[in-house]
Write a protein that binds this ligand. Structure first.
Ligand SMILES: *[C@@H]1O[C@H](CO)[C@@H](O)[C@H](O)[C@H]1NC(C)=O
Ligand SMILES: *[C@@H]1O[C@H](CO)[C@@H](O)[C@H](O)[C@H]1NC(C)=O
Ligand SMILES: *[C@@H]1O[C@H](CO)[C@@H](O)[C@H](O)[C@H]1NC(C)=O
Ligand SMILES: *[C@@H]1O[C@H](CO)[C@@H](O)[C@H](O)[C@H]1NC(C)=O
Ligand SMILES: *[C@@H]1O[C@H](CO)[C@@H](O)[C@H](O)[C@H]1NC(C)=O
Length: 286
């Protein structure tokens, strides 16, 4: 099943997009496939089994909309805040991936970063003719995104009673994993895949452990960028892990062409990387 057709690169190339360097490169954005079954039978609990219907619930709390996915034992004391790409928490890929993280034993909280106004899944392939990414960006400044994240963190720690809060962030959301891993901002550990528009200062400021999955076809994380980020981690004595996947483009951990076996491998591996990272964090292994 496809959530939307693939991006028409010609359409995007002709659009008059003026995007600062490091902003999400829309040439590489597409809604992508929903996940295939990773494993069948009894092992399914351990895999990315996301070819179906999301099982979480959506709640309005303190004026923000949160998609919630619960671990089987219902324990909310360890939460993962899921910070999405530009397609937001309604995109089925994001919901299914949130469900997979919950299946791995975490209480997942995925706020609607764009307050009901995500980039429509078909916008980049011409399915939403009136859509303008420049005006969309202007409607969602960093200050608004941070307000939503702050609210979600305080709901998670307060109302939901979580005592440890990690975060995953994909594309757009990856930047905010870095920003909220700074001391006192509310996150304890983080994972990001193909983060967009991050700055050296954001990485320098992180306090908690960080795991990053890069793809070698992602123009928003060039070889120089990756080297730079790794040297910041190493020089700053951070607790970190980075991986680099071959033939993996921007967005691969959430939305890729799963009939391409290398891309499917990268997506599944990024999922396991996140789960193992948080498991290790829980066991004080990192
Ligand atoms: C929930 O999980 C935490 C962390 O693993 C654990 O300390 C706590 O005892 C669990 N609570 C219940 C009710 O099982
Ligand atoms: C999108 O909006 C911007 C700012 O209002 C405008 O300059 C630009 O021409 C619009 N782009 C398209 C393709 O309509
Ligand atoms: C990534 O590379 C670009 C181009 O050199 C640079 O402007 C940007 O600051 C880099 N970002 C990081 C986090 O290294
Ligand atoms: C680096 O951090 C570790 C703890 O993660 C600490 O034991 C070590 O002393 C630190 N090294 C430096 C040079 O600060
Ligand atoms: C997806 O990957 C398959 C296998 O590599 C390829 O045949 C197909 O053209 C790809 N689809 C798109 C839309 O790129």
């Amino acid at each position: 099943m496809k959530v939307a057709s693939w991006v028409a690169t010609t359409l995007l190339a002709s659009a008059s997009l003026v995007v600062a360097h490091g902003e999400p490169d829309l040439k590489h954005e597409h809604a992508g496939d929903v996940f295939h079954y990773f494993r069948g039978g009894q092992c399914y609990d351990e895999g990315v089994i996301n070819n179906g219907t999301p099982v979480g619930t959506t709640e309005q709390i303190n004026g923000e909309s949160l998609y919630l996915s619960y671990p089987r034992n219902g324990n909310q004391s360890v939460a993962i805040l899921y910070l999405t790409d530009i397609f937001g928490n309604a995109l089925v890929n994001n919901r299914l991936l949130a469900d997979s993280l919950a299946r791995a034993g975490y209480f997942v909280v995925m706020p609607d970063l764009f307050r009901g106004d995500p980039v429509p899944a078909d916008a980049l392939s011409g399915g939403s003719p009136g859509f303008n990414i420049t005006t969309w960006r202007a409607r969602h400044p960093q200050s608004q995104i941070e307000e939503v994240i702050q609210s979600a963190i305080s709901t998670t720690r307060g109302q939901f009673g979580a005592s440890r809060v990690g975060a995953v962030g994909y594309c757009f959301g990856g930047k905010y994993v870095a920003r909220f891993l700074a001391p006192g901002r509310g996150l304890d550990a983080g994972f990001t895949a193909h983060p967009s528009a991050t700055t050296a200062d954001e990485w320098r400021a992180i306090a908690g452990p960080i795991s990053v999955a890069f793809g070698d076809l992602d123009n928003s994380n060039t070889a120089d960028n990756r080297t730079n980020i790794e040297s910041i981690f190493q020089g700053g004595n951070k607790t970190y892990q980075t991986t680099l996947y071959a033939n993996a483009e921007h967005g691969f951990a959430v939305r890729t062409n799963l009939t391409d076996r290398k891309k499917a491998f990268a997506q599944e591996s990024a999922y396991f990387q996140a789960v193992r990272w948080f498991d290790a964090w829980m066991k004080d292994q990192i």
